[in-house]
Design a protein around this ligand. Structure first.
Ligand code: NAD
Length: 485
């Protein structure tokens, strides 16, 4: 085992779970055993909630300008440890080292944004009648939980940690049991940066601990990032228990390619979008809709995709079940009459025979009724559909139940604007394959890709992580008497 047994992080200390149960953490790169992670019980969660509650009384009263000082230091620690954090991320998730470096760099950007919170959070005040003022302040919620998926072990925890904590909340993070090691390192860095004990805690585990989080009366809000199936379960269960909840789900992102698109740029963007992080990102291009004759562009896409080599510039998928699921989708599409232009099935990487790889795959002549057109595949696979005109293409995009992202490739500004208006997705790209908004802009989809109000990052995260206190104040006895006196 490459790393020590991973415990929970509660009250500033690593501490073992009461349950004495654990799971193996296997590297998708080569199938090696990295570590074992504890599977926590409800009693562990109680401990974490108590530690967080205790810390909240002091942390929430600490001025925000003091709170951000710790995150300036945390940001620098992320930078100083960039290489080792990226290596750990690649080992547990399977993505390439350059993808992991980009992921940690994004964590740094997220933390920098949180450090700007004092500039954004200032409240409002107005003299509403003579001698009477109204003021609005953002106040923290209390103890909040963040439940995260496997595909960004470093970045997605950092979607929530800096913003929620800078805004005065204390947090319990539930990492993905498939990739829990990066989160453990983040806990070490937060402690080193000077974060008081109990402000940030980690409770490791699987389904049982997520259910306990949704039910725990001491937790005020739950953020979730993961598949739509689980997002719905968490959203329903947490809100049923009167908690504030924001649950981000899965995706099926469509790229609409018009015949006037710049061929080389389009082909490069499509190839990178469908294969980056082995297609395991909620912003990956999963379907391409070609409008009219775009055969020459499709040829170029295939040329680009053939340059993507598993084990070199393409990482592994998370585990054997994922590998088999993705390959099953490709086989089904073939059986249903689609044409496999580039086939990534049965991929082996020399020297890493126990790694779980799927090569990049391009499937053409996909029709709307096929499972590859309808479902999230979460692998390096793009399904190409054909549309007669732009409205047919939009009808295909609009019919999918998700709504994370959509992109259009064209040189025609009017057409691009039309797609921006009509696509049913929260994040739109124009000649951009992975249209992730960068800070200070918020990240978040629509439809079955997001349940709840507010966004998980950027300015709109303030709405989720704080509540408003409204005061109406009169000190002057001579103030005007009116209906609200
Ligand atoms: P997942 O839904 O399987 O797991 C997410 C979290 O929920 C994990 O911590 C897991 O332990 C827990 N969980 C799993 N099954 C559960 C259940 N039945 N009840 C309660 N908790 C459960 O997701 P994943 O496989 O880790 O991640 C991939 C998914 O996440 C994809 O669908 C992807 O699109 C989505 N994702 C979405 C976004 C976004 O911004 N919308 C970002 C990243 C990933």
């Amino acid at each position: 085992m490459k790393y020590d047994f991973l415990e929970n992080f509660i009250g500033g200390e690593f501490t073992n779970s009461f349950s004495q149960k654990f799971l193996e953490v296997i590297s998708p790169v080569d199938g090696s055993l990295l570590s074992k992670v504890c599977l926590s019980s409800a009693a562990d969660l109680d401990n974490a909630v108590n530690a967080a509650k205790k810390a909240f009384s002091t942390w929430s009263k600490t001025p925000i300008k003091e709170r951000v000082q710790i995150f300036f230091r945390y940001r620098n620690l992320l930078e100083e440890n960039l290489q080792s954090l990226a290596e750990l991320c690649s080992q547990e998730n399977g993505k390439t080292i350059s993808e992991s470096i980009a992921e940690v760099e994004k964590s740094i950007e997220l933390t920098e944004f949180a450090c700007s919170m004092p500039q954004l959070i200032a409240g409002e005040v107005l003299e509403v009648s003579r001698g009477v003022e109204c003021r609005i302040e953002h106040v923290p919620l209390g103890v909040v939980a963040s439940i995260v998926p496997f595909n960004f072990p470093n970045m997605v925890p950092n979607w929530t940690i800096p913003n929620a904590i800078v805004l005065g909340n204390c947090m319990i993070l539930k990492p993905s049991e498939k990739v829990p090691l990066s989160a453990g390192k983040l806990a070490e860095l937060l402690k080193k940066a000077g974060l008081p004990d109990g402000v940030f805690n980690i409770v490791n585990g699987d389904v049982a601990i997520v259910e306990a989080i949704c039910d725990h009366p001491g937790i005020d809000a739950v953020s979730f990032v993961g598949s739509t199936k689980v997002a719905k379960i968490v959203y329903q269960r947490a809100t049923h228990n009167y908690k504030r909840c924001l649950a981000l789900g899965g995706a099926k992102n469509h790229l609409i390619v018009l015949p006037d698109a710049i061929p080389d740029m389009t082909a490069q963007n499509v190839a990178v979008s469908m294969s980056g992080c082995a297609g395991q990102r909620c912003m990956a291009a999963s379907a391409m809709v070609g409008v009219g004759n775009v055969d020459a562009i499709i040829d170029k896409i295939c040329d680009e995709v053939k340059k993507i080599i598993p084990g070199k510039n393409l990482g592994a998928v998370i585990n054997k079940q994922s590998q088999e699921r993705i390959e099953k989708y490709i086989t089904e599409a073939e059986q249903q009459g689609a044409k496999i232009l580039v086939d990534g099935r049965n991929t082996k990487v020399e020297g890493k025979e126990n790694g779980t790889y799927v090569g990049p795959t391009v499937i053409d002549y996909v029709t709307s009724d096929m499972s590859v057109a309808k479902e999230e595949i979460f692998g390096p696979v793009i399904s190409i559909m054909r549309a007669k005109n732009i409205d047919d293409a939009l009808a295909i995009e609009n019919a999918n139940p998700y709504g994370n992202a959509a992109s259009v490739f064209t040189q025609n500004g009017g057409m691009a604007r039309y797609i921006i208006d009509k696509a049913s997705a929260g994040m739109i790209g124009v000649n951009v394959g992975v249209p992730v908004p960068r800070e200070p802009f918020s990240f978040g989809g629509w439809n079955e890709s997001k349940f709840g109000v507010g966004d998980i990052t950027g300015k709109s995260s303030i709405e989720f992580w704080t509540k408003l206190k409204k005061s109406t104040i009169k000190w002057n006895p001579e103030a005007g008497v009116n209906w609200m006196s």
